[in-house]
Ligand binder design. Structure first.
Ligand code: SAM
Length: 251
């Protein structure tokens, strides 16, 4: 699959070539490898870093992690600097990062717009912002929005099998899914902030695949919704695409 639509630091279109999205995370990785600045070291901000990172970074990098939970930061051994702070209010240093990654965090914020404003401000010119989250209009997203938090905790403890879920700063975290984290809103906001969209990709995420494989009821509903959504939207909306990522470049 070949993309055009990438941008260099002057906002000029560049081709992103030969990206294979059969494994979505690996496709994203290939896009980033083609577009990332060659700065040495690469300065990276993991926004809402939690205990792990989803993207393979070059050896020569300096990674700053910010998270509201000290317990999550303590569990993360991939960081060079740790900040305990709220992404919605913390004043990040302006023009300081070549790559900002915010993975599965925006859905947990009451004001994701404020967090995006701050992350955009913290990016260097030519820097990349990666936002990943569950898709609010997917089957999983709609179930999440319509059910209370205690049910999410129950689901992780008894269905996924994580007995520690919901305690000691471990997920699942409350998921308000404010409208400012919907992909269309993120695109509009980012344009106003001077960011250019490089990539919007939605796909069937690991939790959706795991649950559909193990629960026949969920699988049936999810499949029915998929057929309905793709028929009604003539292929533009597929509710089995439970997650999305967006990549922006600061020009
Ligand atoms: C689902 S975890 C994702 C962690 C990591 N990014 C990953 O991909 O595995 C969500 C993280 O966001 C953090 N978080 C929630 N609200 C936050 C806020 N207001 N400011 C900073 N971090 C926050 C949580 O503590 C948690 O570590």
């Amino acid at each position: 699959m070949t993309f055009s639509g990438g941008l260099d630091s002057n906002g000029v279109g560049v081709e992103i070539e030969n990206v294979d999205f059969s494994q979505p995370n690996s496709g994203l990785q290939q896009v980033l490898e083609q577009l990332l600045s060659r700065a040495s070291p690469l300065r990276v901000l993991e926004a809402g870093c939690g205990s792990c990172t989803q993207i393979q970074l070059p050896e020569d990098r300096w990674v700053v992690g910010i998270d509201i939970s000290e317990e999550q930061l303590d569990r993360n051994d991939k960081l060079d600097e740790k900040i305990v702070g709220d992404l919605q209010t913390y004043d990040l240093l302006k023009n300081s990062y070549d790559l900002v990654i915010c993975w599965d965090v925006l859905e947990h914020l009451d004001d994701p717009g404020a967090a995006v404003d701050r992350m955009a401000n913290a990016l260097n010119e030519g820097g990349l912002l990666v936002l990943a989250a569950p898709h609010p209009w997917s089957f999983k997203g709609m179930v999440t929005r319509l059910t209370p938090h205690r049910m999410h905790v129950w689901f992780y403890r008894y269905f996924i099998g994580d007995k520690q879920a919901g305690v000691n700063g471990r997920g699942p975290f409350p998921t308000p899914m404010a409208k400012e984290m919907f992909p269309g809103q993120l695109v509009n906001r980012s344009e106003m902030l001077g960011l250019k969209q490089v990539l919007l990709y939605s796909y069937k995420g690991p939790v959706e695949a795991y649950v559909a494989e193990r629960n026949v009821l969920y699988r049936g509903f999810s499949y029915g919704m998929k057929i309905l959504s793709t028929l009604l939207s003539r292929g533009r909306w597929d509710t089995s695409h439970s997650d999305f990522f967006l990549v922006f470049s600061k020009v």
